[in-house]
Structures are given as structure tokens and as C-alpha cells.
Design a protein around this ligand. Structure first.
Ligand SMILES: C[S@@+](CC[C@H](N)C(=O)[O-])C[C@H]1O[C@@H](n2cnc3c(N)ncnc32)[C@H](O)[C@@H]1O
Length: 348
């Protein structure tokens, strides 16, 4: 998804900007021999296309939590010596790169969320349309499954998760129904849960299954997706070389808002820290500038309905030195979870 613009965002010197800025001075060849990270390898569509455009001396480090994605990545590594593979969360990007002897990189891409094989494989438990175990872990080698967590959680905690990560209006009745139901029999499968939710949620948004928001919330919670993203953004700020690029594809507003807030804070620190007791001369310099956002075109949406909600945001590292906190305050400016009601005007 958004394949061409994502890869262009990393390697095209003049990507996205109408202004001349510094791009004109950046030689394409230096980008093509750079070090890149694909934090979400999946089945390697973005990685393969990036590799096809990079020079023989470039490097690409790929991450994925999913053992099946990692098996595909290892097969690619066997064919292409430019590739290094890490099985694990992209939140650990900085430490993993240091272990590989890499202090900085020229570009990072993140294509967030689930891959099509994960959604389509009923045994992974991500889909409320297919009968399967309530698993929902991206990394099936560790951590609690959704079924294990639902067997223990309190009504209050479950309600909070469904509100925070699903923005679901009927979070309380759903949470109560889950806890009441497990008194008689455990919730083990995706359809058990989807049917229970459908029996509790009376209204549904047009074209949306009543369980959509709850499934999203559980998946985000089980995989700690927003916390991972916040850590990854902090890591990216500290490892991007000057003129290095960040390209992030998000599929829902919770993620997109975090990416947007982080880029805005790092690009306009004076605004982000206006309320802090800091003299203007001591304000950190911008360490990113935004190169804008790209949405899928009508052709891509026609070919893949999941593209409808995708948004790509791109930013470039400036030459300014990192502030002493390495940009942590820019990431701390991010608020995890839904927007306050009064501010809701949709995505910009
Ligand atoms: C949308 S798919 C990526 C598809 C990929 N760009 C391609 O072309 O095939 C997202 C992938 O990221 C992985 N993933 C999600 N969150 C992750 C995280 N925090 N760390 C590492 N991998 C993650 C998922 O397991 C999934 O394989």
C-alpha cells in the first residue's frame, strides 16, 4: 500500500516539498547507498521495492514481530546480502541497530497495523468475520492471547481499553457482557466474542460490524501498539542522520494523530514548548521538518478497500543537533488515546 510514495519518500531528494529548501544540494547517489530500516516487514513488499531502487552497497535492516513474516525476511536475506533481519518490535530499533554496529540511518519506514496474511488467516484471531481462536498476538512466540487476557480482566479495565483504543461508545455494556458471560463459559473464539458484542451493541455505524471497534481495541492493547509506536518515534529522532527521512503509514486516527503530533513538536519546538519555563534562546532547534502527507489515490482504493483509511506522513531530519534529551520531550508531547471530544474535527 502506498508503495511508490513511501519508497520515494525515503530516497527521492525532492520528495514532497514545493519549496527548494536543502533538497537541491542533496545528491541522489548518497541516498541510494544509505542505511535504511523497514520496521514492519510483513511479506516484504515495501522492502523488496526499496531494495530494487537502492545501490549494491546500501543496507536494509528489517523488523517484524511476526514469526511468519520473519521466515519470509530470512529467505530474502539469503538472496540479498544487503538485508539484516531482527525478530522483535520496532520499539527496540535503536538498541538493535547499535548491536549491528549502526549508529545512524538514512531512512525509516513503518507500515503500521496488520498485514493481509494476518487478517486473512483465521487461526490468528484478528478477524470477527472468521471463526478462530481469540489470539490476536502479532508475535505468537510470546505474551498473553486475547482469550487469556479476557479471562482475567475486570469490567473497569476492559471498559477503559475499549474506550481508549476503540473509541467505542458502548464500552461499558460490552465489558460487562464479557465478564458476565465468562461466569458461565469462557470466551475462546472470535465468533463467540463478535456474537456477544452484536447482542449488546444495538446501533451500528453504516457498513460497520458492531464488533469492529472492540476488536481494534483488543488488538492494539494485546500488542501494545501505541506504546511501541511512541518508543519507535523516540528512537527514530535519535538515529536519523541529517536529511534522513521518516515515512509512516497509519490506518487509524489514533496512530496518525501520534505521528502528526510528534512531527509537529519536533518541527516547531517553540510552539510545543510555549508553556514551558524556557527562555526563547534556550528553545531546542527544529530537528524535523514535515514533507507532508500522501493519501492513496482512487485507483489504489478501488484495488484494495483497506487502502481507504491509509495515510502516509513524511518528515526529514534537519541538520540541527539533538537537544540534550534526544527529542524525548517531542515524543512526550504525544497523547496516547482518543482526542478530547471538543477538539474533534477530523483528520488534517
Ligand atoms: C501492514 S503490515 C506491513 C506490510 C509490509 N509493508 C509489506 O509490504 O508486506 C504490518 C506488519 O508489521 C508488523 N508489526 C506491527 N507492529 C509491529 C511492531 N511494533 N514491531 C515490529 N513489527 C510490527 C506486523 O506483524 C505486520 O507483519
Amino acid at each position: 500500500m502506498l508503495l511508490e510514495p513511501t519508497v520515494n519518500a525515503l530516497i527521492e531528494p525532492g520528495f514532497g516539498s514545493k519549496s527548494k529548501r536543502s533538497h537541491a544540494t542533496q545528491e541522489p547517489s548518497s541516498r541510494l547507498s544509505g542505511v535504511y530500516v523497514d520496521g514492519t516487514f510483513g511479506r516484504g513488499g515495501h522492502s523488496r521495492y526499496l531494495l530494487s531502487r537502492l545501490a549494491p552497497d546500501a543496507r536494509l535492516v528489517v523488523f517484524d514481530k511476526d514469526p511468519e513474516a520473519i521466515a519470509t525476511a530470512r529467505a530474502l536475506q539469503a538472496e540479498d546480502a544487503r538485508v539484516s533481519v531482527v525478530h522483535g518490535g520496532f520499539a527496540s530499533m535503536r538498541e538493535q541497530l547499535i548491536q549491528l554496529g549502526l549508529q545512524s540511518v538514512d531512512g525509516v519506514m513503518l507500515d503500521l497495523g496488520m498485514s493481509s496474511p494476518q487478517i486473512d488467516d483465521a487461526s490468528r484471531g484478528f478477524s470477527f468475520m472468521r471463526e478462530g481462536p481469540l489470539d490476536m498476538r502479532m508475535d505468537t512466540s510470546r505474551g498473553l492471547t486475547a482469550a487469556q487476557w479476557l479471562a482475567e480482566v475486570s469490567v473497569e479495565e476492559l471498559k477503559e481499553v475499549i474506550v481508549k483504543y476503540g473509541e467505542e461508545r458502548f464500552a461499558f455494556p460490552i465489558a460487562k457482557a464479557v465478564v458476565d458471560r465468562r461466569e458461565s463459559s469462557p470466551l475462546c473464539t472470535t465468533l463467540d466474542l463478535a456474537e456477544l458484542i452484536a447482542s449488546v451493541v444495538r446501533t451500528r455505524e453504516k457498513g460497520q460490524h458492531p464488533a469492529t471497534r472492540t476488536f481494534q481495541a483488543l488488538r492494539i492493547y494485546i500488542n501494545q501498539e501505541l506504546e511501541e509506536l511512541a518508543h519507535a518515534l523516540a528512537a527514530v529522532l535519535s538515529i536519523l542522520a541529517p536529511k534522513g527521512r521518516l515515512a509512516v503509514i497509519s490506518f487509524h486516527s489514533l496512530e496518525d494523530r501520534m505521528v502528526k503530533q510528534c512531527i509537529a513538536a519536533a518541527a516547531r519546538p517553540a510552539e510545543a514548548q510555549a508553556r514551558m519555563p524556557i527562555f526563547e534562546k534556550d528553545m531546542p532547534a527544529p530537528i524535523l521538518h514535515s514533507l507532508g502527507r500522501v493519501l492513496p489515490d482512487a485507483q489504489e482504493i478501488a484495488g484494495n478497500v483497506r487502502a481507504r483509511s491509509a495515510v502516509l506522513r513524511v518528515a526529514e531530519r534537519t541538520d540541527a543537533p539533538l537537544p540534550p534529551d534526544e527529542g524525548a520531550s517531542f515524543v512526550n508531547a504525544i497523547r496516547l488515546g482518543p482526542k478530547p471530544m471538543r477538539a474533534g474535527r477530523g483528520r488534517k
